[in-house]
Ligand binder design. Sequence first.
Ligand code: COA
Length: 535
Amino acid sequence: MERLESKIDTTSHSFGEQVDQYRQILETFHGKMDRVLSGGGEKAIKKHRERGKLLVRERIEQLTDEQTPFLELSPLAANDQYEDAFPSAGIVTGIGLIEGREAVIVANDATVKGGTYIRETIRKHVRAQEVAMENHLPVVYMVDSGGVFLPEQSRVFPDKEDFGRLFRNQAQMSARGIPQISIVMGSCTAGGAYVPAMSDETIIVRNQGTIFIGGPPLVKAATGEEVTDEELGGAEVHTRISGVADHMAEDDQDALRICRDIFKGLPRPYKEPMDIQPAREPRYDARELYGLAPIDLKKPIDAREIIMRIVDDSSIQEFKKDYGTTLVTAFSRIMGYPVGILANNGVIHGETARKGAHFIELCQYRKIPLIFLQNISGFIVGKKYEQEGIARDGAKLIHAVANANVPKFTVIFGGSFGAGNYAMAGRAYDPRLLLMWPNAKISVMGGEQAASVLTSIREAQLKKAGKTPEDKEIQDFRQKMLERYEYEGSAYYSTSRVWDDGIIDPVDTRKVLAMGIALARNAPFEEPRNGIFRM
Ligand code: COA
């Protein structure tokens, strides 16, 4: 392997200036994170505590092994939507270690509108189940939820990926032998009742957990019967009479202990054999990424400068170094795991796409996980390139990415635009994790380009209608488009809608990728397969 040497002067004034600028970006990011980590506000937290309950993140901390990290997914979901009334969309999802075993945790936050589900809550819940299915990980559901957030019912109830998907996924995971444990720590109403009912084993907390298809007000309205929560679906009812739950716990702590005991008895997980070497730290400080992250997307950055601050010993074995140079393809290691890296170094040309497709095939046949580092404005355009068949070559890369069935991981460290997003394993291509740096931008094209395209369409429309567009009118229109793309293209807009698995601090990239590979080893890597490449 070749040890990469940085060509960046980290002592220069301009580097220092960008680091300062990046620290402000991080301040905004951490500010947003701090606000959501405290949950649904003082009043709701006080009420929750007075009921003797632990807060959602305390529950997760006590369930997972001491001193081990919890990889939280999409904590900024629903941020800046719904008047910010749904921190983290009222649900905490992620991957942690329980009794030494990786597990997905899906935990309602009852301090956020009673733990009810809006669209983003469902997206997070379903996404966590997908992570469990792809990586064959057991799931713990910590249930404390009033079900669907009723004012939003039309956006969460009937469609394929809506509320019903939660239970369909549970059934399919069960059929695949994925263990699922529910801990009922609060309300579990209507459709939500199926979460514990469809789990392998269910724990319910005495005088606190309830499971029912229709709550007391609904029962009264429907049949006139008057009944209390406990009589209808409390822990005593479900562990002694109905059999809907299997273990009764005295309180949250006791429930978590029972869950850990269940984990001790689960069969040992499969681990995909890999050539794992001792981890070696990169020879460059990861904090230098702050000075390199493309804040200004017009400023080119050699992707090797990013790679050398993420990979072991800052060493890579580059593939086709001098061919298709706008994509760096390289074998390397992250925390000892072998990886194949594809990192953008400019616009995708025909030879770039062919090189990428070839490299993906190599990794597929060698069963090496793929890491996509995205900073891509798209494919090359123009008569010459169309005539050379850029669409045909681009199609090869998209074919290879879509069919690559080794675990894929995507980090958007700069821009992610147009078909470049697809060719570099965007969300639609099933990366096991898709993470964004806080400076990242994502949209169908860059704001400037979109504003220009839309402005010229607008001008043509006005001319067709016999109007001469005023300069100011065109400028105002252009400015409006630019602002809209700026807003909708931000990493926060993306993560709020759960188009990614979360925004990460660049210094955590290496650690998060290594965790991703570690958990991917729980499912066998599939045999390679390809479609028809247009030659
Ligand atoms: N839809 C919309 N909002 C709901 C809701 C629902 N299903 N369930 C609770 N909320 C809201 C409440 O209006 C309240 O909002 P606020 O903070 O703006 O005042 C907040 O969530 C907390 O509810 P509250 O009843 O004060 O808290 P609680 O902890 O005492 O009880 C529940 C929580 C979930 C047990 C209780 O609200 C409940 O039973 N909700 C109805 C559940 C139901 O029938 N769901 C069927 C939907 S499929």
